[in-house]
Ligand binder design. Sequence first.
Ligand code: PLP
Length: 355
Amino acid sequence: MKYNFGAGPCILPQEVFKQASQAVLNFNDTGLSILEISHRTPEFEAVVDESVRLVKELLGVPEGYSVVFLQGGASLQFSMVPMNLLNSDQAAAYLDTGVWANKAVKEAKLFGNVNVVASSKAENYTYIPKDYEVPADAAYFHVTSNNTIYGTELHKFPETAVPLVCDMSSDIFSRPVNVADFGLIYAGAQKNIGPAGVTVVIVKDELLGKVDRKLPSMLDYQVQIEGGSMYNTPPVFSIYVSMLNLRWLKSKGGIAEIDKENAAKARALYEEIDRNPLFKGTCKVEDRSRMNICFVMENPEFEKPFLKFTEDLDIIGLKGHRSVGGFRASMYNALPITSVHRLIEAMQDFAEKNK
Ligand code: PLP
């Protein structure tokens, strides 16, 4: 068994992988693979219906919001959001907290004006800016809840008069959020939901249908909602496995339970990073992410040997993103706390051996 701290794609519990592999051979005793049944059958429609229901139930999505499964990853949402919500003579506000936020800004500029209200770029995105104002006439305010590469997370969402749009790709379903506070939430599936290839969008219906431009059907939220996530052939396997994973989350006790586990996992690792003289965290303490924990070594010469040391113990995926260096322990919902304990032991053993 490997202790996988990789950032993805698609870190899911073993039991979900097993159920998924069974469905590739024989889906629900139909004698057919999940990959070959028609998406227009009642069997697959039931999968989409249950997936939507689970998203709504687990996140407590209120009336007046639609949940839709799309393709193109979170990256296509960088364009679809402004296409659908921003007129060319309007401005949208963006908070620049990392590479992904930056990419969202770049796409939005193609459709209207963009007002970057604050950025932590000058300090390599090691914190979340808090001192800014969102203009009251902005079409919306876009934030990234968890900055996967840098290891920062918004622990408190901004209160704004304008609709809040959030890229929750790397921390959705990891903690409670009040969906009613948001105009639109999107997330590429491949961290806490399911395999790459599907993107979940939760949108407040009243925001749609207001832009002047003509929209291509595939990129129009209203068309996709009316098509019940099946305007065209949906990514059947990704949706099916997402459903299995959301069932797993529900059976564990839902978000309230996973929130506690994620808190315990992150607390344990940060405590070791702060205690062990060989290591140090890279981000401002109050903005530290619970999903992606970034750290370096006080003496950079130890970094390669430490990585080798952990790999020999079957601890994998720890190498930090090239823009931060050091290490990144990605600790999505499916990572068991036993893996975190294993990593902490490795840090302690390495320190002992290198006194
Ligand atoms: N937003 C965030 C926060 C991410 O972490 C990622 C990918 O890791 C993306 C967007 C891009 O997602 P995708 O590859 O699904 O386009």
